[in-house]
Structure formats: structure tokens, C-alpha cells
Design a protein around this ligand. Structure first.
Ligand SMILES: NC(=O)N[C@@H](CC(=O)O)C(=O)O
Ligand SMILES: [Zn+2]
Ligand SMILES: [Zn+2]
Length: 345
């Protein structure tokens, strides 16, 4: 039985660090585990300009513990009227590492998102030309589409079209949750990849309703049936370079989760690597963890691999029932359970 695992320091390719007090409360959980992270731009107001991204990056660097040597990689929030030249300039100036497509009203803070993919075709043209990745929250939003079908419908209605019209565009299908998404990514070229979260590898939709409503297991895209979870586990542990780590850690105060209209999002940053290690061990694929966590992502983005190493030890991690951070209580993923692995720091 493997007792410890030494791997290249991982990166997290999908993170919500929030802003203000919450930023200070959560940023070190990510920075302790990961060297770099793709920072989601869904603040209020959203990060739609080079200046806003630069200022947000400064606030992150001010909030994070310097010793952790963490590098935030910034993204632009695409809107219907985004100026393509703003994207080009942000990429040229080394501020934007990617741009994010939120279909309008698909998820938390997406009201300013894109109402029709054609509205951003001029932006996509520039992105394809300069090689800037498009990150997508892949769900359609029409109220007549069942919430469990929204990802699959997005593939048919939007993604297929984008790929046909921009065959060279690099796309990361974020936080995938379905067999359809796995198959779609596998059936396209090297410019199409996907991130997979710890929670979609661990829970299916039953977890949201087990013995009553469990708002802390509610996120978007919503967890699906067991067959989908199994397909995600297979994809993540397959060794395919098309799939890589993106936690989608999305903290909300406990009161905002335990509410008549609770927010979507799971806070998994504190034990993210321990959670992935659990999945990979259960799939007898600990040897594939380094590729997924530390190699496939940077290769896709065209960034250097991290040189430092981290160690995961077979040692119990007791996940607290809740974390009190400043003024705010947040419930972490795996709350109240014990994981078999611990990150050595
Ligand atoms: N994943 C979530 O359920 N929520 C995210 C937004 C997102 O990534 O869709 C958030 O910002 O809270
Ligand atoms: Zn999303
Ligand atoms: Zn997200």
C-alpha cells in the first residue's frame, strides 16, 4: 500500500476567490494547495476590463500569504458588448490568461453574461487568432429545459456550433458533469479539454436529497445520476491529457446556503487534493494523479510545469463540520468526515 505520494506542485484551473473580506478569508486555502489558479471573474460587478483584472489581481496578491508563492491567472468575463480589442490588449499585456463565457443567468453572478453566442463571435475570432482559451460554463438557461439536461443541451445547441465555426479555438469545458460532456471532449481534437471538480467525482444527485434537503451539496452544474459520476471518474483517472484539475471551489456564507433560495457552490479548497486523492485511490489510479493535477493543465494552457514538489501522506485528515473565517461560517466539502490523505506542508 502506497504510504506517500510525491508529485509536482499542482495548479487549480477553476477557482472563485471572491473579493473583500471573503477573499482574505479563503485565498490561503487555495494558495496552500496550488501554485497557480485560474481566477473566475464573476464578481459584482464582473471583471470585464483589463484594468479591473489588474486591480483584482493586486487585491489577491495583497490578501495572500506571500510565503505560499501563489500566482493568480486572471480571466475576462465576456458580455454581449465586449470589445474584442480589450481581449487582445489584456492578452498582450499578460493580464488575461483566458476569457470566460457565462450564458446569461446560468449560475452565480452571471446576469451580465452572454445572451446569444453570436454576440461574441468577433471576440471568439480574436481569441482563436491569438490562442487565448475560452472557458465555458456549459449550460443552456431556457426555463423549459430540465435542470439535469442543461449541460447536454449546451453541447448540442452551443458548443457544437462554436467548434464548427472556430475549429482552432482552444476551449475548456469547465466543471463537466455528464457522460455526454466526456464523450464530446474525447471525440474532438487537442484544443478541446475539460476540468473536473472533486465534488462531481464524489457525489451524485442523491446527495442533494439524502434524508432531506442538503444545500451544501448544491452547486451548478447540478450533480447528475450515478452513471455520469462513474464516467467522470473514468475520464479523470484515464491518464488522458484532455482532462485536468479545476476545483470550482465556490464559497458562500452558511446563511446564504441554508436559505429558502440557497446559493449554488461548494467550498472545497481546504481539502481539495485530499479529496482527489481519495477518488484516484478508489479507482486504483494514484499513478495518474500527477498528470491530472499538475501536467495536463499547464500543457493545455501552454505554460511551464511547476518545478517544486508536494507530498501527500496516508494520514487522516479530519474535515471540520464548519470553518469560522473572520465573521463568516462556511461549510467545507466533506464536512464532518475523515479523509485518508493529508497534504504535508
Ligand atoms: N459552481 C457553482 O455552483 N457556483 C459558482 C459559479 C459557477 O462556477 O458556475 C459560484 O460562483 O458560486
Ligand atoms: Zn460555472
Ligand atoms: Zn465556477
Amino acid at each position: 500500500m502506497i504510504q506517500s505520494l510525491v508529485i509536482r506542485r499542482p495548479d487549480d484551473w477553476h477557482v472563485h476567490l471572491r473579493d473583500g473580506d471573503m477573499l482574505g478569508d479563503v485565498v490561503n486555502f487555495t494558495a496552500r494547495q496550488f501554485a497557480r489558479a485560474i481566477i473566475m471573474p464573476n464578481l459584482t460587478p464582473p471583471v470585464t476590463t483589463v484594468d479591473a483584472a489588474r486591480a483584482y489581481r493586486s487585491r489577491i496578491l495583497e490578501a495572500v500569504d506571500e510565503k505560499l508563492n501563489f500566482k493568480p491567472l486572471m480571466t475576462a468575463y465576456l458580455t454581449d458588448d465586449m470589445d474584442p480589442e480589450e481581449i487582445r490588449r489584456g492578452a498582450d499585456e499578460g493580464v488575461f490568461t483566458a476569457a470566460k463565457l457565462y450564458p446569461a443567468n446560468a449560475t452565480t453572478n452571471s446576469a451580465a453574461g452572454v445572451t446569444d453566442i453570436k454576440n461574441i463571435y468577433p471576440v471568439l475570432m480574436i481569441m482563436a487568432e491569438i490562442g487565448l482559451p475560452l472557458l465555458v460554463h456549459g449550460e443552456v438557461t431556457h426555463s423549459d429545459v430540465d435542470i439535469f439536461d442543461r449541460e447536454a443541451r449546451f453541447i448540442e445547441d452551443v458548443l457544437a456550433l462554436v467548434i464548427k465555426d472556430f475549429p482552432e479555438l482552444k476551449i475548456v469545458f469547465e466543471h463537466i458533469t455528464t457522460t455526454e460532456a466526456v464523450e464530446f471532449v474525447n471525440s474532438h481534437g487537442a484544443n478541446i479539454a475539460a476540468t473536473i471538480t472533486p465534488h462531481h467525482l464524489e457525489i451524485n444527485r442523491n446527495a442533494i436529497f439524502q434524508g432531506g434537503i442538503n444545500p451544501h451539496n448544491y452547486c451548478l452544474p447540478i450533480a447528475k445520476r450515478e452513471i455520469h459520476r462513474l464516467a467522470l471518474r473514468q475520464a479523470a483517472t484515464s491518464g488522458s491529457s484532455k482532462f485536468f484539475l479545476g476545483t470550482d471551489t465556490a464559497p458562500h456564507p452558511v446563511a446564504a446556503k441554508e436559505s429558502a433560495c440557497g446559493c449554488a457552490g461548494i467550498f472545497n479548497a481546504p481539502y481539495a487534493l485530499e479529496s482527489y486523492a481519495k477518488t484516484f485511490e478508489e479507482e486504483d489510479a494514484l499513478d495518474k494523479l500527477e498528470g491530472f493535477a499538475s501536467e495536463h493543465g499547464p500543457r493545455f494552457y501552454g505554460l511551464p510545469l511547476n518545478e517544486e514538489k508536494i507530498t501527500l501522506e496516508r494520514k487522516a485528515s479530519k474535515v471540520p463540520e464548519k470553518l469560522t473565517l473572520g465573521e463568516t461560517d462556511i461549510i467545507p466539502f466533506h464536512a464532518g468526515t475523515t479523509l485518508n490523505w493529508s497534504l504535508v506542508v
